[in-house]
Design a binder for this molecule. Structure first.
Ligand code: GCO
Ligand code: MG
Length: 408
């Protein structure tokens, strides 16, 4: 038997192009020049992930056979005894995705080939349109449609409140300011159906529209909102409830056919299995690095396939381009792909990550390089150090008019 190729080093790379704190892992091997990359980004706790990798996973995986991805995943996961959670899962994902990258490079194939080959030519994505007024949201959506995007997430600001998904909230640089933001759910809940009445009227029936509630409202207002939106035929309504309130899915399901997407905050299979088993959601939204990487994500996708649920893997700006490439390779190869979220890559980010997926005709396209087809340029990465801030990327507080804290 040939001598195994082994892990000779694991390096954590911290970089913040466009002020977004990203965590990327590079796994080096005993074969000269052969290494792989993985995404381990948990932007609000990035330094904790780096410690988990450098102090725990690196020494644990050194010298192991790179071919044994499943075994390494299981061993790492159990090595802390207490397992799951976003810090440990992201650390695990960095190593796991890098090992898949390495395996596909060794096979001389793009990773989607190892997953069974293409089910589609490219990966349709949804992009984010937002604005202070309905007219601004419409204008942003139209601009995307003109560029060939067929799926648009639409978020409008509620005047006087810090609304999730509008332009200022989307700026991660702004998120670094430790200032309290004000929020009240009722003005938002009453605004959203009016927004979609406007957008359907203006944009017609052809475009797929999406919306993210971001778990910010009392659950029963969520039930009302899902019903009120039914007539506007959303592609999906996301995070209507918080992970703590998932039992409400049983209630809302009896009352409306608005398609529901859930799961970006899930970090443990015990959280998402019941929703899939009972067919309480239509799209699984997990953030692949937050559940531990491609090894668990493949199993999750297959389970969803058997239950008639489609995928919509999380793809905001705080997934590194390496993570977007990982999403894309899995999206290409699964029959029950639904949609892929994409935060468009800016020039600064593309420079740090050569091989960043190409975006055209409303889709992400894989290059045919072996592996994930992407790398991290360490010299360029070093040009974008993490912004220096005392809370290191913590999210600012959101509070009601009486001072009550709200979910972000
Ligand atoms: C989305 C998400 C993100 C998250 C962010 C948290 O659906 O795109 O809700 O915008 O808020 O990834 O860091
Ligand atoms: Mg979301």
């Amino acid at each position: 038997m040939a001598k195994p190729v082994t892990i000779t080093d694991v390096k954590t790379i911290l970089t913040a192009p466009n002020d977004i704190r990203l965590v990327v892992v590079k796994v080096y091997t005993s074969e000269p020049g052969l290494c792989g990359v993985g995404c381990a980004t948990f932007t609000q706790r990035a330094l904790a992930v780096a410690t988990a990798i450098d102090k725990y996973l690196r020494p644990f995986v050194m010298g192991r056979d790179v071919d044994r991805i499943e075994d390494i995943f299981q061993a790492c996961n159990l090595s802390g005894y207490w397992r799951s959670g976003p810090v440990l899962n992201n650390a695990l994902s960095g190593v796991d995705q890098a090992l898949w990258d390495i395996k596909a490079k060794r096979a001389g194939m793009p990773l989607y080939q190892l997953f069974g080959g293409k089910c589609r030519e490219a990966v349709p994505v949804y992009v984010h349109a937002s604005g202070e007024s309905f007219a601004q949201v419409e204008e942003a959506a139209r601009a995307y449609m003109e560029q060939g995007f067929r799926y648009v997430r639409c978020q409008a600001a509620v005047p006087g409140y810090s609304t999730y998904g509008n332009r200022s909230m989307n700026s991660f640089a702004a998120l670094n300011l430790s200032q309290t933001r004000t929020w009240e759910p009722t003005p938002y809940v009453t605004m959203v159906p009016d927004l979609f009445a406007h957008l359907r009227g203006a944009l017609g029936a052809g475009v797929e529209l999406l919306h993210d509630v971001h778990e910010r409202i009392p659950a029963i207002q969520g039930v009302w909102l899902a019903k009120a939106l039914e007539e506007y035929r959303l592609f999906f309504l996301e995070d209507l409830f918080a992970p703590e309130d998932v039992d409400y899915f049983r209630m809302v399901r009896q009352q409306t056919a608005t398609p529901l997407a859930m799961g970006e905050l899930f970090v443990n299979q015990a959280e998402y299995v019941p929703l899939i088993r009972e067919r309480l959601i239509d799209f699984i939204r997990v953030h692949i690095s937050d559940i531990g990487g491609l090894t668990p994500a493949r199993k999750l996708a297959a389970f969803c396939e058997y239950m008639g649920i489609r995928t919509a893997f999380h793809g905001p700006g705080d997934v590194s381009p390496v993570g977007h490439a990982a999403n894309m390779h899995l999206d290409l190869a699964i029959p029950n792909f639904g949609i892929q979220e994409l935060s468009l890559f800016r020039d600064e980010t593309r420079e740090v990550f050569p091989g960043c997926p190409e975006v055209r005709d409303g889709c992400m396209w894989a290059n045919d390089e072996p592996g994930l087809g992407i790398d991290v340029d360490e010299r360029r990465a070093a040009m974008y150090p993490y912004p220096d801030h005392p809370t290191n990327g913590c999210w600012p507080e959101i509070r009601g008019l009486d001072g009550t804290i709200f979910r972000p």
